[in-house]
Ligand binder design. Structure first.
Ligand code: ATP
Ligand code: MG
Length: 419
């Protein structure tokens, strides 16, 4: 991709109306636009990161037999009333509106009830089960405080999967499979080391134990107690409820990047989602629900890795693997020609951004750092006179001068050591 074909403008300063570091850096770098508190637009570079995160989640869900769908965002009052979750005193983050004829509707903050209601059309026998269905969707939540940038949106992208199983035993097998899929997801997006599967109480979802995926992060809004030796973690409510001796736990600030729940068969029984089992008995389906905060994950990654120069992306989710910083002065010079050559040589193998803008060297290098693309190839007069270019590893700041003929080998070598 050529930079001149993309609309993006970086800023010299952080936006003054933004408190959260993640949004400050993303806005400064031109990845997102703030519409209002809790509502952000994703621009060409931002959406590439978001799509990379979604792709990793999608691959994990597909490997676990998930089937992708998209439910509607407009939801029926009756569906949520059947489980007593329409009431604002039970669910305090609803956005609601009404149709012209006065019918009340809600904007989806979660989808257990609508999907379960829909499944009545598809599940009647044990032969129809299991079904694992997921979506990427913009959820709407009227959050009281939206001061954490894209980590807490009033609209935000969630991956939510719903599992419909014959019995508790089958459900548990799948639930454990999801724990493994989630671990693999967080590992691949670059959060593996600091993300803990955390025992949690279920909140508005369920009285059963649920698990949160909590990432150590100063900007997070949660507190988790970690036992590193045994790789165990508990959230505050779970600690209170189960009278765990905490003294031996490390107390850390975290961000909840995912949450999975067992509903047992209660909700399907309440909503009338029943199936005829092989023994001829009519039984309620067992439900599980599994969320990942896709946009929150992006925010947490910014919080954890961005430095004073700007964004720093893990290689699997970076908008591009490589940016070619061409310090050419005009379209006739040697630097221009060599930048084009390198671009053409590597663009089919890597995601490459060629900075072909007509700008001074300082601004281009400033932007390349700000974008956080893991590898920079810097092509300028000085090194080119020696038959070389510079390759910079944005993750650790190291710069090496490389012979033109060795560029591809060096890129391969550094890509391997990037996180
Ligand atoms: P929180 O406690 O942070 O308000 P939650 O427990 O209400 O989150 P869930 O209903 O469990 O959220 O949603 C599943 C996932 O969606 C969460 O684990 C989190 O990663 C993400 N998420 C929830 N609320 C938001 C939000 N307002 N903005 C961005 N991501 C969110
Ligand atoms: Mg949660």
């Amino acid at each position: 991709m050529r930079h001149t074909n993309i609309f993006i403008k970086t800023r010299k300063e952080y936006p003054r109306d933004e408190l959260a570091k993640n949004a400050q850096v993303l806005i400064k770098a031109g990845f997102v636009h703030k519409e209002m508190a809790g509502a952000y637009a994703y621009l060409p570079f931002g959406i590439r990161v978001l799509e990379n995160i979604k792709k990793i989640a999608r691959d994990e869900m597909n490997s676990a037999s998930g089937q992708e769908i998209i439910m509607s965002s407009l939801q029926k009052k009756e569906t949520w009333e059947s489980t007593d979750r329409w009431n604002d005193s039970n669910v305090d983050i609803w956005f609601k509106s009404e149709l012209k004829n006065g019918t009340e509707i809600g904007f989806g903050w979660s989808h257990e009830e609508p999907i379960t209601d829909m499944m009545k059309n598809f599940i009647s026998s044990y032969k129809d089960l299991p079904i694992y269905t997921y979506q990427f969707q913009t959820k709407f939540r009227n959050e009281l405080r939206a001061k954490s940038g894209i980590m807490r949106g009033r609209e935000f992208v969630m991956k939510d999967l719903y599992s419909y199983s014959k019995n508790q035993k089958d459900h548990e097998v799948f639930y454990n499979k999801m724990i493994e899929a989630y671990k693999s997801f967080y590992e691949k997006v670059g959060l593996g080391k600091d993300t803990f599967v955390t025992v949690a109480s279920g909140g508005v979802f369920t009285k059963n134990i649920s698990h949160e995926f909590q990432t150590i992060c100063d900007a997070g809004e949660d507190i988790v107690y970690i036992d590193r030796e045994n790789n165990k973690a508990y959230n505050e409510e779970a600690v209170k409820e189960s009278n765990i001796e905490v003294s031996k736990f490390e107390k850390v600030k975290t961000a909840e990047v995912g949450n999975i729940f067992s509903f047992g068969s209660d909700k399907c029984e309440q909503m009338g989602l029943m199936f005829m089992d092989s023994d001829g008995v009519n039984k309620p389906v067992t439900l599980g629900s599994y969320g990942i905060g896709i946009t929150r994950v992006m925010g947490v990654i910014v919080e954890k890795y961005a430095d004073e120069k700007g964004l720093v992306w893990p290689k699997n989710i970076a908008p591009y693997h490589i940016v070619i910083v061409s310090l050419s002065k005009d379209k006739e010079d040697k630097v221009y020609e060599e930048s084009e050559n390198i671009y053409k040589a590597i663009k089919d193998r890597y995601e490459v951004l060629l900075d072909d803008r007509n700008m001074n060297a300082g601004s281009k290098m400033f932007d390349a750092d700000l974008y956080g693309i893991p590898l920079q190839i810097i092509i300028g007069d000085k090194s080119l006179a020696k038959g070389c270019v510079e390759i910079k590893n944005r993750q650790n700041g190291e710069v090496v001068e490389v012979d033109l003929k060795d560029v591809e080998d060096k890129l391969k070598e550094i890509l391997l050591i990037l996180f």
